[in-house]
Design a protein around this ligand. Structure first.
Ligand SMILES: Nc1ncnc2c1ncn2[C@@H]1O[C@H](COP(=O)(O)OP(=O)(O)OP(=O)(O)O)[C@@H](O)[C@H]1O
Ligand SMILES: [Mg+2]
Length: 305
């Protein structure tokens, strides 16, 4: 486990999360999470379904409060970072405003940030081209497939170049080719902008390909069992996907998952293949993000800052 050397942009100390149901039942989702993320890192969280990955991401993004422990983002409490619009977020299920067109969804964070109109129009067009939706700018979300909606959400999160991008299985619903292309695009944007990315995935190959470190979590209650340094050269090219070193890291992450009691996810050969268990989100996901109008709104506000 290598600690990052510069002052962390995300600092978690002793974070526990306990969800209490109305009948008094308690779910311990996270236990004793300590994690430092350095500015400009690309960190992936991997672990079995229900181990608390989405919860951890939401705690960092201040959409869920830790039960105990300390959360510091950009040197300040997470709620302050959220108000300062330090975050961009992409959720497991796309959270779009149904009554706004595709381009108006992407422009929204730029409107909130007060960017001028010409820039908003230009930037939305650029971002939608990037995710291959240049022909769908005037469509409404309901006219798109689930994967297309997710690409709109990705375009929106990237549009304002946030300091920290929190991405929760953003590519789980996409076909393999689109997924690999968007992996490349996210890496390109990450390298160009120097943003910090915290990325949740079920795919070991995807985590290894993208990340500087992979954080391996145990089944619930989610704990960090290992952090694997991914010392592969950058830029990460297709040649890397075929290198010995890449497969060695995949094996290391898979073994760490097994040792922690998690299942291994997809194999080394199946780059990008999710294990499917989390692709649709679980009940907690539905309740936390898409379940009610107000939860949706909270999530969408989070999505824009
Ligand atoms: N709002 C909530 N209320 C109650 N329990 C919740 C809530 N959100 C999550 N949980 C519970 O916390 C645990 C962790 O959920 P979380 O969504 O963080 O898992 P995950 O690792 O993201 O899983 P997946 O890979 O399936 O998306 C689960 O047992 C879940 O039921
Ligand atoms: Mg999740």
């Amino acid at each position: 486990m290598t600690a990052p050397s510069s002052a962390p942009i995300v600092r978690l100390r002793g974070v526990d999360k306990v969800f209490a149901a109305r009948d008094g039942a308690r779910t311990v989702a996270l236990q004793g999470i300590d994690l430092d993320i350095a500015p400009g890192e690309f960190v992936s969280l991997i672990g079995p379904s229900g181990c608390g990955k989405s919860t951890l991401l939401r705690i960092i993004g201040d959409l869920v409060q830790a039960t105990t422990g300390e959360v510091t983002v950009n040197g300040k409490p997470a709620d302050r970072a959220r108000r300062d619009r330090d975050y961009g977020m992409v959720f497991q299920a796309p959270v779009l405003f149904d009554w706004r067109s595709v381009e108006d969804n992407v422009r929204l964070p730029l409107e909130i940030l007060g960017r001028d109109k010409a820039w908003r129009v230009e930037r939305a067009r650029q971002m939608l081209d990037l995710v291959d939706l240049g022909e769908f700018t005037k469509h409404m979300p309901y006219q798109l497939s689930g994967g297309m909606q997710q690409r709109v959400a990705i375009a929106r999160a990237l549009s304002f170049e946030p300091r920290i991008l929190l991405m929760d299985e953003p590519f789980g619903a996409l076909d393999e080719m689109t997924r690999e292309r968007l992996n490349d695009e996210v890496l390109r944007i990450w390298e160009q902008t120097g943003t910090t990315i915290v990325f949740v995935t079920h795919s070991i190959p995807e985590a290894v390909f993208l990340s500087s470190r992979v954080v391996v979590m145990s089944p619930r209650p989610g704990r960090i069992t290992k952090i694997v340094d991914i010392d592969l050269p950058r830029p990460r090219t297709d040649a890397i996907r075929e290198s010995e070193a890449y497969f060695a890291r995949i094996t290391e992450v898979r073994e760490a998952l097994r040792a922690g009691g998690g299942h291994a996810g997809s194999g080394a050969g199946g780059a990008g293949g999710a294990d499917g268990s989390g692709a649709g989100g679980d009940a907690g996901e539905a309740a936390g993000v898409a379940g009610t109008a107000s939860a949706r709104r909270t999530a969408a506000e989070g999505a824009v800052g």
